[in-house]
Design a protein around this ligand. Structure first.
Ligand SMILES: *[C@@H]1O[C@H](CO)[C@@H](O)[C@H](O)[C@H]1NC(C)=O
Ligand SMILES: *[C@@H]1O[C@H](CO)[C@@H](O)[C@H](O)[C@H]1NC(C)=O
Ligand SMILES: *[C@@H]1O[C@H](CO)[C@@H](O)[C@H](O)[C@H]1NC(C)=O
Ligand SMILES: *[C@@H]1O[C@H](CO)[C@@H](O)[C@H](O)[C@H]1NC(C)=O
Length: 441
């Protein structure tokens, strides 16, 4: 009787502990110019450095991964005890995963290599960011989904090998395994009702990328990270067998823009026809893009510009493009439409298209709120640009109407320093996580 009572108390304690919400931030190598202080990062439970290339783990011995910032320096930015995780993959990095997942031997090698790297660098956890098993990744026109059907079966097997390998290798600590999963049902190819329970069983948590819900493969406008779109993503996973408490709801610290079709008046956020945003070969037509909420997106052009020595340019640098070249939205000099057209950074070189930055400020100043769907948007009639983004107020609604209502395990965002303009999104997440921890939801 006595031991039964004790056992029950122990399990109650365990249940309470699992209710501490996860608060996870990706920390990516492309955004390190302006970093938050420890007041701003307080409460974060996991930080995930991004990215290690998947192909590093397919060779014997593995490739030599070094994080972009040493982990001592990373840890110093957060509360003591914050877990630091290694993300593998990211958009466009699928080949190494495909190779690693293929056979029993390749899965074991991949897992052994991941465990060795996690152990060597002293990571606390590992995040598999394969976009996406089963297809619809960046390479879907070159390597069609029909060539990836086996990944639907092998993905959970690869995850199980990785979890087993890291736990065996790092006996001193409980190394968690997480995955980042697509927000659009059309991309959930490997997340079928048959496979999800197997995936759910082996992972510790799941980051639901409830953003980019409109992307260049669409031909009409939509919110990219609305409340309704995010809820639909979560509910699809739940209906296929994912445990709610393992899921973290994803937030994006960037706005997206899309060029609407000529002659269209877009006075509503959903369903305006766009220009062709993705070419038949799967490449970007340069008619859509993103603008982060980082400090450099709001800064003026520096006075002391010099000619770029290495082809990089634009916000966050002092480099302009020489030889009348254009500085494209991703910070590289060139003369293609992708550099000179919409998204081009005026002030850092020639531009042939409209200034996205001016349009961004116009959108922020004249923002419209779609309360029914929980999305902020604006259509700029001068440039034909449709804007879609998330505000601190909508973040709070998503916590109440998704994280709490569905009893999710927590929340995460891409990415830490993309909010450096005023940290308002990060601070909204911090406040909401704090409220969650106090409410014992
Ligand atoms: C930390 O950063 C925030 C936001 O920039 C600022 O308001 C605050 O004063 C800073 N705190 C410290 C202790 O520097
Ligand atoms: C890590 O980075 C910090 C800060 O940049 C530096 O002081 C320290 O020496 C580095 N540690 C190692 C092991 O490289
Ligand atoms: C099909 O998949 C295999 C195995 O991953 C790969 O080696 C091959 O290159 C792929 N085919 C195409 C057309 O990319
Ligand atoms: C727009 O996209 C839908 C769904 O992907 C597709 O069925 C339709 O053919 C597309 N329309 C045009 C005009 O490309």
């Amino acid at each position: 009787m006595r031991s039964l009572v004790l056992a029950c108390l122990a399990s109650l304690a365990a249940a309470a502990a699992t209710h501490k919400p996860r608060y996870v931030l990706y920390f990516d190598q492309y955004h390190t110019a302006s970093l938050p202080n420890k007041t701003v990062t307080a409460g974060i439970t996991h930080v995930i450095t991004a990215f290690a290339q998947s192909s590093l783990f397919t060779t014997d011995p593995p490739g030599d991964y070094e994080p972009f910032m040493n982990l001592t320096a990373v840890r110093a930015m957060f509360d003591p005890g914050t877990k630091v995780c290694m993300a593998i993959g990211g958009w466009g990095d699928t080949a190494g995963f495909s190779k690693g997942a293929a056979t029993d031997a390749s899965r074991k090698l991949f897992a052994k290599n991941v465990a060795a790297t996690v152990s060597r660098l002293g990571y606390d956890c590992v995040d598999v960011d394969w976009e996406y098993p089963g297809g619809n990744g960046d390479d879907y026109r070159q390597n069609p989904n029909s060539n990836k059907t086996s990944e639907i079966e092998t993905f959970p097997l690869l995850l199980a090998e990785i979890k087993q390998a890291v736990v065996t290798k790092c006996r001193d600590r409980d190394v968690e395994l997480s995955i980042a999963v697509p927000g659009l049902e059309r991309d959930m190819i490997a997340y079928t009702a048959k496979q999800v329970p197997k995936i759910d069983k082996v992972v510790d948590f799941v980051n639901v990328m409830a953003y980019d819900l409109m992307n260049r493969r669409d031909n009409v406008t939509n919110h990219h990270t609305s409340l309704t779109g995010s809820l639909a993503a979560v509910d699809t996973y739940i209906s296929r067998g994912m445990s709610a408490h393992k899921m973290n709801l994803g937030f994006a610290f960037y706005a997206k823009w899309f060029t609407t079709a000529k002659g269209v008046t877009c006075d509503h956020p959903i369903g305006c026809p766009t220009e062709v945003l993705e070419a038949a070969d799967g490449s970007d037509t340069g008619k859509s893009g993103a603008m982060t909420f980082e400090a450099s997106s709001f800064a003026g052009v520096p006075a002391n510009l010099v000619d770029s020595p290495d082809g990089s340019c634009g916000a966050g640098t002092n480099y302009r493009c020489p030889n009348n070249a254009c500085c494209g939205q991703y910070g590289f000099c060139g003369t293609e439409t992708g550099h000179c057209g919409t998204g081009c950074q005026s002030g850092f070189g020639r531009c042939d298209g409209p200034s996205t930055k001016d349009s961004f400020f116009k959108a922020l100043a004249n923002a419209k709120y779609d309360s029914a769907n929980g999305g902020e948007w604006y259509w700029d009639a001068t440039t034909d640009l449709f804007w879609t983004w998330d505000t601190p107020e909508i973040i709070t609604r998503k916590f109440q109407e998704i994280v709490v209502k569905r009893a999710l395990g927590g929340a995460f965002a891409w990415s830490l320093a993309e909010d450096s303009h005023d940290w308002s999104r990060l601070l909204a997440m911090q406040a909401n996580v704090k409220k969650l921890s106090q409410s014992h939801y």
